[in-house]
Design a protein around this ligand. Structure first.
Ligand code: 5AD
Ligand code: SF4
Length: 374
């Protein structure tokens, strides 16, 4: 029996696919190179932008032929798209040949669902659940081991679907994280540990006995072994001086911070509900550069947020010029149903978003050439 997993989206999904792989291997499935050879195909989906969802719809549609040729083929759809009840139902209607549609919280029971499908059932489940500590991972990222430290997000940036599909912030107990990393290090295969969370800087605030992200970092660095530690993603409003000091002082921590700014204009930042200003963002960058010389800094930007004027977009351009990031990701704003921004007036036309994203990326290229940065 063979399995094939298709993963869309962020590192969180890549890591969750490692859990899916472990579940399937425990059931006796082996990985295969092509979906045509598989007995079970899993689509781990992403909902962050419309483009990601469209790709999933197209690619799942293509499975119809395979299912016709191989009646016992099991098709599973999971991840952020399927956590949205309406999208999950639409997928089931559009693709009646799909066997299992489950949300982000339902992976721990995947083995049971597969057993039910083998008895002729079709399943749709997207109930909220807790952090799962029971299942192992089949690590697939070479000498890097991903370690999830929390799930969900409380920030409700007005453009973002994540809080709706991943729920509120829930941190793992520190001891469970340390035990997992000790186990990883004992295997002697991994040189790099990358901590994952939507907003790692607010790690531990929700625990019964709160633990700060800075303490977690220090405690991990105190573990024996030769490894490098990094983490993503940081929110500028929560990146404390203490965390910057820990990065500066701990040899094991990579001198790298991904710090999404999203915009360089204060009116747009407020509309995005980011809870910092351009000036505050710049002061954090200054602090990082003063305390951690040669720290690599990267960022995300959204262009064409509802009502963004040309002048306001120019503030984003000038922020990019001013900071000279090591690299940036630039996205065209994509309205997500259910979010506050999707209902805002003055949505920016697609051709303007295109122009702005190209301008931003060109500027980025020019700066990189000038500064010799990658
Ligand atoms: N449209 C465009 N980009 C988005 N991002 C999040 N939501 C949206 C959206 N609706 C971007 C942000 C975030 C990155 C992971 O994706 O820049 O940092
Ligand atoms: Fe989305 Fe904002 Fe949370 Fe990041 S911090 S996941 S952009 S709501």
């Amino acid at each position: 029996m063979k399995y094939f997993i298709v993963t869309y989206g962020c590192q969180m999904n890549v890591h969750e696919s490692e859990k899916i792989a472990a579940i399937l291997e425990k059931l006796g499935y082996q990985p295969c190179e092509k979906r045509e050879e598989a007995d079970i195909i899993v689509f781990n989906t992403c909902a962050i932008r419309e483009g990601a969802e469209e790709r999933v719809f197209g690619n799942v549609g293509n499975l119809k032929k395979l299912k016709k040729a191989k009646k016992d083929l099991i098709i599973v759809l999971c991840g952020c798209m399927t956590q949205k009840e309406e999208t999950a139902q639409k997928m089931m209607r559009t693709f009646p040949f799909v066997d299992i549609v489950i949300g982000t919280f339902n992976l721990p029971k995947l083995a049971d669902y597969i057993a039910a499908v083998k008895q002729g059932r079709q399943l749709q489940i997207w109930q909220e659940g807790d952090i799962d500590e029971s299942l192992p991972y089949k690590r697939t990222s070479g000498d890097n081991a991903w370690v999830n430290i929390m799930q969900g997000c409380n920030n409700f940036c007005t453009y973002c679907i994540v809080p709706y599909v991943r729920g509120r912030e829930k941190s793992r107990e520190e001891q469970n994280i340390l035990n997992e990393i000790k186990q990883i290090l004992s295997e002697k295969k991994y040189k790099k540990i990358t901590l994952l969370g939507q907003n790692v800087n607010s790690y531990g605030k929700d625990l019964k006995q709160p633990v700060s992200f800075a303490k977690l970092l220090k405690d991990i660095c105190a573990l024996e072994g030769d490894f490098k530690l990094s983490f993503m993603t940081s929110h500028p409003k929560d990146l404390t001086d203490e965390v910057i000091d820990v990065i500066a002082n701990e040899e094991k921590i990579e001198k790298y911070i991904h710090l999404p700014a999203q915009s360089g204009n204060n009116r747009i930042l407020a509309l995005m509900n980011r809870k910092y200003t351009r000036e505050k963002y710049l002061s954090i960058i200054e602090k990082i550069r003063a305390k951690i010389p040669n720290c690599r800094i990267t960022s995300d930007f959204i262009v064409g947020f509802p009502s963004e004027s040309e002048e306001e977009f120019n503030d984003t351009l000038s922020l990019v010029k001013q900071v000279q990031f090591d690299s940036i990701f630039a996205f065209m704003y994509s309205p997500r149903e259910g979010t506050v921004a999707s209902k805002m007036e003055n949505q920016v036309p697609q051709n303007v978003k295109n122009e702005r994203v190209n301008k931003l990326l060109q500027e980025e290229k020019r700066i990189q050439k000038e500064t010799g940065k990658r």
